[in-house]
Design a protein around this ligand. Structure first.
Ligand code: SAM
Length: 275
């Protein structure tokens, strides 16, 4: 299991170079992609493809090859194979077949982003990619409500806004960090509350590769605010419907929705009538 850079080619390790040079075969997620990496370092080892669509059948082939006293390095397009990338099937099969498995450690997008995030690194929960359907994504986010840890998600830039809207609807306006284009020219770390980040993304959509870090769910119930206006307005401005905004606050403060609604209407009336 051989890690490769997540952007900056200088992040390849000496052991990775030595391993990629000396093995009999490199199994790669995308052989064209890895070919570029090998060319850069003048490595001529043969490549074979190993991706999510041939993971099971190819694992059997690679195991037979390994049993014939060959060494194989598995790489993915970026970072650590097996982390939201093909790898774990081959490792399991190799262990079952009594073949020695080793790792050449190196970069991974989520560990690199986590240490830059400023959020607690311990404990953390790595969720990887979320489902693409809204219902399944919201269900998954709801299930993680009790996981008191910094929560880490891989997300595609074109799905980021939808993902954050679901975070807002299920978790409220929590603190989050986005680590974008790590180790690359346009590396950027975005920090803030969900509503503020959503507003910013509406003006400048995020591009490139990114990791999202959500602050840990808070277990203590905060004291009820003296006025609801500011929080409700913030949630509405971030794109939540009124009903969803009351639901988020009801859960956060453990107060019935109706109570918040009545207090909010009273506040509004007071503003308009002045008494
Ligand atoms: N195996 C990789 C690892 O160890 O991080 C992850 C592979 S996964 C298919 C690709 C996802 O990782 C991207 O969609 C993005 O969420 C994240 N990612 C990869 N490179 C990144 C980078 N340079 N900056 C930020 N996120 C990155």
């Amino acid at each position: 299991m051989c890690a490769t850079p997540i952007g900056n080619l200088q992040d390849i390790t000496l052991r990775a170079l030595e391993t990629l040079k000396n093995v009999n075969l490199i199994a790669a997620e995308d052989t064209r992609h890895t070919h570029k990496l090998l060319n850069h370092f003048a490595i001529k080892t043969p490549l074979t493809s190993y991706h999510q669509h041939n993971e099971k059948s190819k694992a059997a082939e690679l195991i037979a090859y390994l049993k014939a006293d060959n060494d194989v390095a598995l790489v993915s397009d970026a970072g650590m194979p097996g982390i939201s990338d093909p790898g774990e099937v081959l490792v399991r099969e190799a262990i079952l077949a009594g073949i020695e498995v080793d790792v050449i450690p190196g970069p991974s997008a989520f560990t690199s982003g986590l240490v830059l995030s400023g959020l607690p690194c311990t404990p953390f929960y790595f969720a990887g990619f979320m489902p693409t359907s809204e219902k399944a994504r919201k269900d998954a986010l709801n299930k993680l409500k009790d996981v008191v840890a910094t929560q880490i998600f891989y997300e595609a830039p074109h799905r980021l806004q939808k993902f954050l809207q679901d975070v807002l609807a299920t978790r409220g306006d929590i603190e989050l960090v986005i680590a974008r284009e790590l180790t690359k020219l346009h590396q950027e770390i975005i920090r803030g509350r969900v509503s503020a980040v959503l507003q910013r993304l509406a003006e400048v959509p995020a591009r490139g590769e990114l990791v999202v870090f959500l602050s840990a769910p808070v277990t203590e119930v905060p004291s009820v605010p003296s006025s609801w206006g500011e929080e409700i307005t913030g949630l509405l401005q971030a794109g939540l419907e009124q009903k969803a905004a009351f639901k988020v606050l009801a859960e956060k403060y453990q107060v019935p929705k109706r109570e918040i609604y009545n207090a909010f209407i009273k506040e509004k009336d007071k503003k308009t009538t002045g008494c």
